[in-house]
Ligand binder design. Structure first.
Ligand code: TXA
Ligand code: MG
Length: 346
């Protein structure tokens, strides 16, 4: 299949109608959002949704998030919207927060992988919203990467993974947040955090009070444990190289990583660090994610950095760890998955 590329700067682009028409005819399309790029299809049609699973190589037991362009669309899809959910929606939507509700069973069955609940997101990206609006239907969309690879934060990443496998890709700006949305299950009381993101636990608790976290969030899962978000059991975000996290006081981390570079001197070594430490490392490929004092910047550069190590053919990537407070929780969640939870505390 020839994948068409559309470059768009804003929602007034003439090709937006062409993209909406592709979705209406049950084709799959890569498109920008403020978190990561998504791979969208008509959520009401099982054959369209099936094309998403096929293109990504995604296991069929991993449900998809459905994207809406207004609250009216939300109300057609789910029920039992609690007062707490209303508060979160008025505070954080449109934005990088996915909420799980009881499904009305309107979407195609393969969207929810048989679950009775449905994850909904109202993206804060004008092109994403305009595409959904013009298509006039809810759009199921996982991140637009091959299963197992880091999520895409620009059109080129989508092209790298899915060229020839999908009908079109809309290229626009780099994803602002660079990490997938925070996921909160509103069918439970208190609500349960299933995936941390740039809307933090603190942000949520400030408006609705205490929530709980899936106890399996930050640990490696043996095959008998079922995480509450099925996708969290799969290895994610991994470059081809082995990833190791080194966590501790900055001086010690720099010393340990430098020693490790020497130990691995017969292999090509990558280092993922911050602006404050970059000059201390001499390795094949050293990438700074930005200043350690700006975790939003670190988050937005993380997936691009993980991907770029693949092009350098390094066999190991040594990563500095981050705080688990605020946005750091989401950063460390993704890093931990990339590293298979191998963390060296120094
Ligand atoms: O920021 C995002 O959320 C991006 C953009 C494209 O919107 N999408 C995204 O989708 O990250 P995906 O498919 O890569 O991750 C969705 C996660 C998976 O771990 C899946 O198992 C979980 O959400 N999920 C979806 N529906 C669920 C449900 N009903 N109950 C529990 N977990 C669910
Ligand atoms: Mg994904």
């Amino acid at each position: 299949m020839k994948t068409k590329i559309f470059k768009m700067e804003n929602k007034n682009d003439d090709n937006l109608g062409v993209v909406a028409a592709l979705l209406k005819s049950n084709e799959v399309v890569g498109f920008p959002t403020e978190t990561v790029y998504g791979l969208g299809a008509n959520a009401l049609d099982a054959s369209a949704v099936n094309k998403i699973f096929k293109a990504k190589g995604r296991p069929s037991d991993n449900p998809l998030i459905v994207h809406v362009s207004d609250l009216e669309m939300l109300n057609t899809l789910v029920e039992d919207i609690s007062e707490k959910a209303e508060i979160l929606m008025s505070k954080f939507w449109p934005g990088p927060l996915t909420l799980i509700f009881k499904s009305k069973g309107i979407v195609a069955e393969n969207v929810t992988a048989g679950l009775k609940t449905l994850a909904i997101r109202f993206p804060d990206h004008e092109i994403a919203r305009a595409i959904i609006e013009q298509a006039g239907m809810p759009i199921a969309a996982p991140s637009a990467n091959n299963s197992g690879k880091p999520s895409p934060t620009c059109g080129e990443h989508v092209f790298e993974d899915l060229d020839g496998k999908i009908s079109a890709i809309v290229y626009s700006d780099e994803s602002k947040h660079g990490l997938e949305s925070t996921i909160l299950d509103m069918t439970k009381e208190p609500p349960i955090l299933l995936r941390p993101g740039s809307i933090t636990i603190e942000d949520i608790e400030n408006v609705i009070g205490g929530i709980e976290s899936d106890p399996n969030l930050n640990r490696s899962l043996s095959s008998d444990v079922k995480p509450l978000a099925p996708g969290m059991k799969y290895k994610h975000y991994s470059p081809k190289a082995d990833v190791r996290i080194i966590q501790g006081e900055s001086d010690k981390v720099v010393k340990v990583i430098s020693d490790m570079i020497d130990t691995y001197k017969d292999s090509r070594v990558g280092v993922m660090c911050c602006d404050e430490t970059k000059s201390f490392y001499q390795a094949e490929k050293v990438i700074s994610l930005g200043s350690r004092n700006d975790l939003n910047q670190v988050a937005s550069n993380l997936f691009n950095a993980l991907r770029s190590f693949d092009h350098e053919n390094v066999s190991v990537v040594l990563c500095e760890g981050y705080t688990t407070q605020g946005t750091g929780q989401a950063i460390m969640n993704r890093l931990n998955k990339a590293a298979g939870y191998e963390i060296i505390n120094v």
